[in-house]
Design a protein around this ligand. Sequence first.
Ligand SMILES: [Ca+2]
Ligand SMILES: [Ca+2]
Ligand SMILES: [Ca+2]
Length: 364
Amino acid sequence: MNHIFLRVAILILLGGISPPARALDRPNEVFKVFQFPADKIPRIDGDTNDWQLVPESYVIGSGQLVDDNGKHQLTDTSTPKIRVKTGWVKGLNRLYFLYEADDDYWDFAQPDLHNDTLEIVVDGDLSGGPLIEKFSPAKPIIGQWETYFTLHGTHAQNYHIFTPHAGKDWCMAWGPAQWLKELPYANAAQKYDFKPGEPGHYVLEFWITPFDYAGAEGPQRAVESVLKENKMIGLSFALIDYDDKNSGSTNNGFWNLSRHHTMYGQADQLCAFKLMPLEPQFQKAIDAQWSFQVVDMGRRLVAFKDLSVGEIKSWHWNFGDGETSTEQNPIHAYKNPDHYVVVLEVEGAAGKSRRAKVWDVAVK
Ligand SMILES: [Ca+2]
Ligand SMILES: [Ca+2]
Ligand SMILES: [Ca+2]
């Protein structure tokens, strides 16, 4: 077979399983973000017990990081050893992380950037593009600091997380939007038992909120990235290892999930992470659920949408006005202004389920 033909065939095949056509790094790999059930949301306290339900297939370890572009040579492949789990909760625009690391020399006595660091970059809507002033095409026109205040971190965010943080903030949110690293947008807790210069095991539990727009002026104009099941986001992290308090700004190693060192400021170089559905063991076999939208208030026209979980064979809607339907997604016109009790009953091989909403549906 002709080689070009074969290559095209392989590309088409890969195209069917790879993420949307974004210029992301590691284009044929999709990392998974675990969906926590709503009654098992991790508590940010440094205790790892609430992460034990996350399957091993979600773990990213040291072996998956690369020495990006050879800028920093691996001097010792044995340290630091890391394990990262990522999670999310349907209905919350938060990314949860559990970071566990073993290092032979924890460097965290200095008040500045010289600190063992976990650097995280997130692009919640895959907008791509430069996220720090250095890479902005506007910089030569409007200057470094105008670019910093208008662009830096606005559509993708970079966090330098100090591991551990002692006598300093838990992270540097790189850019002018410092409100990003505080509640209600972020939270962090750590556990460790070592002094600067000693070896040991470190645990950090935290969450951040990704933003499609996060401006210098504060959260009032900010737009959170909406996290939805099966959505793909851009994410990467790097490990900056310091092993000598006297080395100034020179670090000992820089390992990255992206193969591009400049992922710290180029959202196109992040990796694809998928917000996964609940694992089967946390799903109900059958569960009635639905939403609605008033399509036309003048005609009291309401569109109902089935969101039930499981294999459903039949639907029965009671609209609360004496009318019913067996369609999956009915549209119903109410005759009179009122708020109604609407009930959906579904049935499948796993049994029956009912979901009523009391007075949610109202027309005037
Ligand atoms: Ca915990
Ligand atoms: Ca973005
Ligand atoms: Ca270190």
